[in-house]
Design a protein around this ligand. Structure first.
Ligand code: IDC
Length: 444
């Protein structure tokens, strides 16, 4: 995985703030974002021949993973014109479909501390806050802000085959153990690569990239969820390259990570008038999302025992919704071990979260340091119905846990949203990180 030199890589700047107890915040003006390596043009070093086109590898160059990585480079990116990514001050806009030389669908970017290093966060006993505008995100789309346990340098130090590093957005992993990653551990994922039958830009190789994931925000204008996903990979959830069953497939629950997570989605948890256009958290306009990571001893090295959520909109603090299934589930308004245990039981969900070590294991992972990911995507596997509709679609929608939002069960198909909702976008702004209570204000 070499570096191409046809387009110089210039990361869009994004400022964000660090806050302390008294509520005073200081700007990190050195922040920027980089786009994930998978979206980049990859071609023979010093030559315009593609190593990968559409959803297939050029197997005459890429005879095996190591050879491919030694011959092929990833290019610098034209952020706005190719990928629909732009920044202004503390705001990042991600557009859904961008028609440039090719048609680009969605994107995934990482916050950087310098030109070559990701910004690392330890959120334990801290608070993470941002503003979001989801008003232009319809059914089937997901504007996501989350943390994954990637390496600070993208894995460059560990893998001699990776010459591109964090600067070029390498080293991604998450709790789905994705197998669509083109380079993992400095090798191309060319062995066993199958072009996707329903995605002209993606495929799956024999390897996947597993690591723990903390979804602070997966949302559109209809539904939202926050979800810890622990893993039993090396280093309490760090990147581990998987093969076969390790990658959560064919048995979704027999792999190295928890693919479901313990999700808090207000609609799914029984409050159907809380989140949406014109509702308590009004998604027709911008609002602030606050997430607090509480440990048992109120220190950054304690055990994670609770993930709390609140919102601020128009100067008003809005407490999180409460779970509402009388006789079935106590009223919870945050993610705790008891919420996860009782909720999974009440809904009859698989206890993969518990089997992978639960909230404590998620906390051990977060304590190792995570990278911040911001993305916009559509869902070629489940049409985002797990977020905004009734899912599984053949289950009784009146059964607690099935309904997650008001989108139709036939909505969210990528060909539909890509042709009808191409202008969709998400705007993330005003990121603040700091002591609990220091990153927001408002009237009760
Ligand atoms: C969700 C995950 C999400 C992931 C999605 C698709 O939380 O991060 O992108 O799956 O793989 C289910 C579904 C399962 C859901 C989960 C939470 O089978 O796909 O996980 N859940 O909605 N049934 C009950 C809960």
């Amino acid at each position: 995985q070499q570096v191409g030199n046809y387009t110089s890589e210039s990361h869009p700047k994004l400022t964000w703030q660090t806050c302390t107890g008294g509520g005073s915040c200081s700007s990190n003006s050195g922040g920027s974002v980089t786009i994930d390596s998978n979206w980049r043009w990859t071609h023979i070093t010093g030559n315009y021949t593609n190593c990968y086109t559409g959803n297939t590898w050029n197997t005459s160059i890429c005879t095996d993973g190591a050879t491919c990585a030694s011959k092929c480079a990833v290019e610098g990116a034209n952020y706005a014109s190719t990928y629909g990514i732009s920044t202004s001050g503390n705001a990042l806009t991600l557009k859904f479909v961008t028609k440039g030389e090719n048609t680009n669908i969605g994107s995934r970017v990482y916050l950087m501390a310098s030109d070559t290093k990701y910004q690392m966060f330890n959120v334990l006993n801290k608070e993470f806050t941002f503003d979001v505008d989801v008003s232009q995100l319809p059914c089937g789309l997901n504007g996501a802000l989350y943390f994954v346990q990637m390496d600070e340098d993208g894995g460059m130090a560990k893998n001699s085959g990776n010459k591109a590093g964090a600067k070029y957005g390498t080293g991604y992993c998450d709790s789905q153990c994705p197998r669509d990653i083109k380079y993992i551990n400095g090798e191309a994922n060319v062995q066993g690569w199958n072009p996707s039958p329903n995605d002209t830009n993606a495929g799956q190789g024999q390897y996947g990239a597993c690591c723990a994931e903390m979804d602070i925000w997966e949302a559109n204008s209809i539904s939202a969820a926050y979800t810890p996903h622990p893993c039993k990979t090396t280093n309490e959830g760090g990147l581990q390259r998987c093969t076969g069953q390790e990658c959560n497939t064919p048995d979704r629950y027999g792999g190295l990570c928890d693919p479901d997570g313990c999700d808090f989605n207000s609609y799914r948890m029984g409050d159907r008038t809380y989140y949406g256009k014109g509702l308590t958290v009004d998604t027709s306009k911008k609002f602030t999302v606050v997430t607090q990571f509480i440990t048992d001893n109120n220190s950054t090295t304690g055990t994670l025992i609770e993930i709390r959520r609140l919102y601020v909109q128009d100067g008003k603090v809005i407490p999180n919704s409460k779970t509402n299934f009388p006789g079935l589930l106590d009223a919870f308004d945050s993610v705790t071990p008891k919420f996860c245990d009782d909720g999974k039981k009440a809904f009859g969900d698989h206890p993969s979260f518990q089997n992978q070590g639960g909230l404590a294991q998620m906390g051990r992972s977060l304590g190792k340091g995570h990278v911040l990911v911001l993305s916009i995507w559509d869902d070629h596997t489940a049409n985002m119905l797990w977020l905004d509709s009734s899912y599984p679609t053949d289950a009784d929608a009146n059964k607690p846990g099935i309904a997650r939002g008001t989108c139709a069960t036939d909505s969210g198909k990528p060909p539909d949203v890509e042709s009808n909702n191409g202008n969709s976008q998400v705007i993330f702004s005003n990121i603040k990180f700091g002591d609990i209570g220091s990153t927001y204000s408002g009237t009760p």
